[in-house]
Structures are given as structure tokens and as C-alpha cells.
Design a binder for this molecule. Sequence first.
Ligand code: ZN
Length: 487
Amino acid sequence: MNNGNRNNMNPRDRYYAEMRAADARRAEEARRAAELERRRAAAEERRRRAAAEERRRRHEEMVRRKKRAVYARRALLFAACFLVIFAIVALCVIVSFHMRPIELPGGDDYTFVYGDPDGRDGVKKSPVPAEKFTRGGVRYVDFSELAEYLSMTSVGGSGAFRYVIPGTEEEVRFTDGSEEAFINGETYRMKGKAVVESGSVWVPMSFVTDCMTGVKVTEDEKAQTVGFVASGTLAFTLKKTETLGPIPDGSASGQPSTDDPPEPEFKTDISGYEPYMNPEDRDAYLTLVNPDHPLDKNYKPEDLVSIVNMRQDGQRSEVMREVAEKALEALYIEMYANGFDGLGPSGYPISVMSAYRSYEKQEYLFNLYTQQEMANDPSLSREQAEAIVVTYSCRPGTSEHQTGLCVDMHNLASASEEFANDPAYKWLAENAWKFGFVLRFPKDKQDITKITFEPWHYRFVGRYHAYQMYKSGMCLEEYVASLEGQG
Ligand SMILES: [Zn+2]
């Protein structure tokens, strides 16, 4: 109808109508464009907002993560601090707990009081630092000061000090660094060495209480004082006669013996080891090895077995001859059963550090020690260095370790004369013979063995001969010589 109308219009009306239609079309197009633009803008706005939201979310997440990390670090730090503090406290508790038994009374300085506080005589007080009062667990007294109080005459010089009771023949002689005191010419072994320090002669207190009359000693642990009061006639008297005797050992006779050893008594049942401790062929293990009696370079025992009682530090795998090893097992069973199984300064109980050594190993060690001596003192020639090394190690072929019959054993980090202070050493010195072992390098035989005292070195010879050596106090050199003399 419209078309019909339009067709029926005059040209002018038609022109206007077309113009209106065109306007309407344009308006419609503009409206659509605007609508599209509005939608595009809205979509753009949504995208923008979503992106902003995402950025915000990520930022917050990152902040949260950072915070969590900070908290975690703080918690870790706190835990570490707590652990450290706990460890320190625990250590203190353990240390104080362990220290207590060896803490000296008071732990502080003492005072020596000379004279009777209740009497009319003047009293002299002398402060004593704790480290001078107690040395190696033994109480000491300043003997020079005591002698002065007791009006003794002192004659001293160059390490030896003599004290004489006036008007008598009574005298005592101390030597710096020696346990021996000579009382009226007789030897007495003190419980510690005499120590000379800045003119004062310190000796174990027990010397005064055990070997002197005419002086009363009182100790007040609370007041930390030791009082000395002159009372009665002053004399040096060996009150405890059982402590007298030859220095090496009260039981040592110095004479070869052929008595059968007494039946040893053991705490544990080690009867299964009897054939090893007391071998049927009793003379088979007497081999003497020293610089005068070297072993052949090629000598190697055939019956070497691993040692059960090696130190368990993962560094050792040592061997020795089977019979000696079995006897050693028995020794350890008894020694541990007697309470000597505690951990030593090394953190290990007494254990074997070294046993069989080949000629080559000894050669290596001897060279190593020689080089060390020369490094310590570059002025030494090789010969001079070797002369030093032979006092504590052996030239290859002259070491008893090549026999596979001996061990070095102790509870220290490394072999040291310190071991002689361990109660276990005393037990070994007294009991090793029961298992067929002897202390090979005793302190009082250094001039014969030419080896310094080795409280850690034990040699298997079998019970019969070990007993004879123990009883006579002879070292292997002397004992073998005495057998040759007999035979
Ligand atoms: Zn040794």
C-alpha cells in the first residue's frame, strides 16, 4: 500500500518521503552503532574490571604468601632458639650432674692453719688455692711451710729436699716429680708425686697423716680449713707398714720363681678359655723381640685372627695370633665384669687400638715418626732423629707387634702415660697374668727395655710365665735371661 501510495505521489512528495526514509534509516543505523558501541564499551569495562580484580587477587595472594613465609621463618627461628636454649640447659644439667662427684669440697680455696686456735701460741693462717690443695684427686700439703712450723731443719737444692728433725737423726727426703720419699733411708711410696713450686715443696697430705707423729691434722670441710697442731714428740714413723716395701710391687720378689701359679678366681665363667690362657705348650709364646733380638723381615704368624675387642670407631680391623686373641677375650670379659667397662676420655671403653704389625707397617711408622721429629726440629740429622724415635717406637724387625702376641689397649684418644692413672690400669697390672698377659714395658724397667713406660702395651706369654714374671717383678728381657741361666 505504501508503494502504491508512493507510486501515486507526486515527485516532490516522493522526494520528501525518500528523504524521510533515508533519515529514518540513518537514524536507525546510528542507533544500532550507538548500541554496538555501548555493548563494546560495557564488555571492555567488564574485561578491565576482571583484569583489575585478577591483579588485586594476585597481589593479595602474593602478600599472603609473603606473610606465610615470614611466619614460617619466625616459627623456624623460634624453634631453633628453643632447641639451642634447651640443649644448653640440658648440657648444664648433665655437666653439673657429672661434675658433682669429682667436685672438691667447697671447690674453692682452702686455708692451712698452723697452731692451736684454742692455745696461747700464735696461729698462722696460710691461704691455699684449690688447684694446689688437690692435684689429681690427691690432697697436698706445703711441706716446707709445715716443716717451718714444726721447726725442722731443711736442706734443699736442685730438686731434692731434705728435712731433719732437730736434735735427732730423723729425716725425710723428697725429690721433685717423684713419688718416692726416703724416710730415715727407707723408701716410702707416696700417693702422688712431690711437686716443687716457687721454693715450696708440696707432698700428698697422706704422707703427714701416715708417716709422721707429733703433728695432729684436722680438717674442717665446711670452713675449708686444715689445721696442723704440734703435739707430742715429732718423728717420722712408718705407721702403715703395709705401704712399705720395694717400689715396683709389694709382691715382687726380684727372684725367678718356678712355682705353679695359683688357681685364679674369676667373677665370670670363662672356663672355656682355659686352654688359651694357660696353653699346654707353655714355652711356645716366650719369643723375645727387641733391638738385640730382631725378627726376620719375612716373619709373619700363620694363625692371625680378627680381634673381638677392637675399638668400635670404624677405623680399625686388627689381627693377632689366635691363642692370644682368645685369652684376650677372656681378659675383657673379666675386666668388664669387674666394672672397668665405662667410657674413657675417648668416649670408648678400654679397647684394643693396635695389635699385629707387619715389618712393612713398622717400617712405615718408624719413617713417619723420624720425619715428624726432623720437621719439629730441623737442626736434627736423620740419625739424631732416629735416636729420639727409638725411645718410643721400634725400628722395623725389632717391634714386638710383629709377633702378633701383643696389644695396645686403653680408653684414651691416643696412647698416653695418663692411662696409668686409670683404676683399670691397676686392675690390669694386678690381674693380666691370670689371662697369660704381662705389662711389657714397666716404669721401673725402662733402663732394661730401653722403651719408656707403656701402661697400654700387654704381651701374651701364657699364664705360667706371666705369673713368674708378675711374681718376680722381672720384665721379659730379665726373665728370658734368667731362664737361659737356669737352662
Ligand atoms: Zn705396643
